[in-house]
Design a protein around this ligand. Structure first.
Ligand code: ADP
Ligand code: TPW
Ligand code: MG
Length: 593
């Protein structure tokens, strides 16, 4: 009997059940992938889903399943789906649910749960927990479905809640007895439906557009700030037209990189500080004025700056400061209206402003020139990433997943992106444990090659997914930038018990052997030439590959680019770095005294 036959036999005498109605409801809405970890009571959700044509990707931890699904949500604009078991699996799945909500990415978490009466009476069920109530604060919306005939509705509501307005994470609680309930198959068939327009256009009024464009017309030093909301909105050509017709410099937040190619002449990335300090009118396109942009105030910004802010969420306006021209609407409609306005009343920035930015960029680039191409060994983050850049510059369609501190910040600065929605990283929360799951989500969703770049600490949060990558033979090249620790590997224990410092990890560890353990290809790289050769080989092979890069334990700064966010003890900064160069104490990949 085939798998399909087996599931067909679950429907007897024209009866079907909650499992089948759920799967049919998902398929009706073109949700054709599911990430998860199975067990009681959802094992047959996954089996039936697979039998009916949903691609099921089994990960090794629910947090990873959720993040893989979230990556799919960001890349496609359709909610990614993930499945967890009750209580512990459910709780493991909450972190990505909240992360997706913070990032504004559509995702649907489905978790098995206990029968209502056992939970409500507190009778102590196996993995029993009042999951719906725990999910609420961590999600954009949360539903429990108690009747089999409501399953099509709960799927529809979840899709709409995930996609409409600012996207986010939605929870569906699936009690085991709902999954097991039966219903006449013909009746169930009649209940299925496809959501009509889950993400409707939200078109701002013309007077709002006029006000914004009139403010732009006053700008002597305009700036366009593109955020991941702009990437998510999937109106890449219209955004390009807006940027180019205004001649204004633009800056792209991390996951908006590639919306316009990073080598675009209006990209002000290399003169970011000066551009922000001097810009007098800033158009925010799907980027929040949160910690990442210093809340739009303080020494990083021109004190007289005026903001035009496009956001789909009205409560985002005035989040942290006065916004002169709020534009509440979806970016696709809004930028279209901006372009229409500008076709009639063109605005062009003073070329002297762009020229000043180009001059500052050249100065800054000259200061850093050499660091990425140096042949220093042991390597730094810079020259290891410079070597990877040679591969990505030759393969523009490669997706990048990225996590760490220096491994994140330096990668964002060094690796240029050429295509939209191709970079996925620690995001709004700056969270570790997203790299491999994002790589998996991107590879499963697109089938394209992915380079997944991790600090050695960051890799520890999701490293077991190497087995998943090998099991599904995904075209992912995992790169570990091993500087032997959280931020760097040369911190000292400030006590005298002889333990490693709280920041220390295994310098010279052979992470690549984890890939070999599951049948993938592992490489150990000590020089930039080796990094380039091995990463290029991994990408060209389209097969699971890992390149473990041995970096100097002195490479990196505490907390990467956000050292300033560390609170200081009264005694002053506790650094505790070894000052001597331990590089000379290395032999054949091992640290020796
Ligand atoms: P970044 O981290 O890149 O700065 P954020 O996640 O902080 O980006 O901001 C993205 C913003 O984009 C959010 O405030 C979100 O509400 C908004 N957004 C997302 N999708 C759309 C859309 N289609 N139209 C308008 N705004 C959107
Ligand atoms: C879930 C705190 C921020 S960055 C980081 C940690 C542990 C690792 C930095 O070291 P890595 O990179 O990856 O080796 P590098 O190149 O600088 O040495 N737990 C979670 N999220 C966060 N952000 C942390 C801890 C943290
Ligand atoms: Mg490290």
């Amino acid at each position: 009997m085939t798998a399909t036959d087996q599931t067909a036999s679950a429907t007897t005498e024209n009866l079907t059940d909650g499992f089948h109605v759920l799967v049919e409801s998902l398929l009706k809405n073109d949700l054709d992938k599911m990430y998860g970890v199975i067990g009681i009571p959802v094992t047959d959700v996954a089996r039936i889903a697979q039998a009916k044509g949903i691609r099921y990707i089994g990960l090794r931890h629910e947090s990873d399943a959720g993040n893989a699904a979230a990556a799919e949500g960001f890349i496609t604009g359709k909610p990614g789906l993930y499945l967890t078991v009750s209580a512990p699996g459910f709780m493991n799945g909450l972190i990505p649910l909240k992360e997706a909500t913070e990032n504004g990415w559509p995702v649907i978490m489905m978790s098995g749960s206990s029968s209502r009466e056992l939970i409500d009476m507190g009778e102590g069920d196996y993995e029993g927990m009042d999951q719906l109530n725990y999910a609420k604060p961590f999600s954009k919306a949360a539903y429990r479905v108690d009747k089999v005939e409501d399953i099509p509705l709960v799927v529809a509501r979840a899709i709409r809640a995930a996609c409409t307005g600012r996207p986010g994470g939605v929870y569906i609680d699936l009690p085991g007895d709902t999954l097991g309930q039966t219903i006449d198959a013909t009746v169930a068939e009649g209940l299925l439906y496809k959501v009509n327009d889950p993400c409707p256009a939200q078109i701002p009024a013309q007077n709002v557009i006029d006000q914004a464009m009139e403010l732009l017309a006053t700008a002597k030093k305009p700036l366009i700030y593109l955020g991941k909301g702009a990437a998510y909105a999937q109106c890449d050509e219209a955004i390009k037209q807006f940027v180019e017709s205004t001649g204004a410099p633009y800056l792209a937040m991390s996951m908006a990189k590639g919306l316009l190619p990073d080598n675009h002449p209006q990209n002000a990335a290399s003169a970011r500080g000066m551009t922000m300090r001097e810009a007098d009118v800033v158009v925010m396109v799907g980027a929040r004025l949160n910690w990442m942009l210093n809340f739009g105030k303080g020494k990083h910004w021109n004190p007289d700056v005026k903001f035009i802010q496009i956001d789909i969420d009205p409560t985002e306006i005035d989040n942290s400061r006065y916004i002169a021209a709020p534009v509440v609407g979806d970016i696709k409609s809004t930028i279209g209206l901006f372009n229409e306005y500008l076709a009639k009343k063109p605005y062009h920035a003073d070329p002297a402003w762009m020229a000043a930015i180009v001059a500052d960029s050249e100065k800054n680039n000259a200061r850093f020139a050499g660091a990425t191409t140096a042949d220093t060994v042991p390597m730094t983050h810079y020259n290891a990433l410079g070597a990877i850049k040679k591969v990505t510059d030759a393969n523009h369609d490669v997706y990048i997943a990225n996590e760490g501190a220096n491994a994140l910040d330096d990668c964002r600065d060094i690796i240029d992106m050429y295509l939209p929605r191709h970079r996925l990283d620690c995001g709004t929360w700056g969270v570790m444990g997203v790299g491999l799951p994002y790589a998996i989500g991107a590879a499963v969703t697109t089938g394209k090659p992915v380079i997944s770049i991790h600090g050695d600490s960051a890799f520890g949060f999701d490293g077991m997914e190497v087995e998943t990558i090998c099991r599904y033979q995904l075209p992912i090249t995992v790169v570990i930038l091993n500087n032997g620790g959280i931020y760097r590997g040369d911190f000292k224990n400030l006590g005298d018990d002889g333990d490693p410092s709280p920041l220390t990890l295994s310098a010279c560890g052979h992470y690549e052997k984890m890939m070999e353990a599951f049948g993938g290809t592992g490489y150990y790289a000590k020089t930039p030439e080796e990094v380039e050769k091995y990463v290029a080989a991994g990408v060209a092979s389209g097969k699971p590959t890992m390149v473990c890069c041995e970096l100097s334990i002195h490479s990196g700064k505490e907390s990467g680019h956000i050292t300033y966010l560390n609170p200081q003890p009264v005694t002053g900064p506790l650094v505790g770095n070894e000052q001597e160069d331990l590089a000379e104490h290395r032999e054949d990949g091992k640290l020796v005294d």
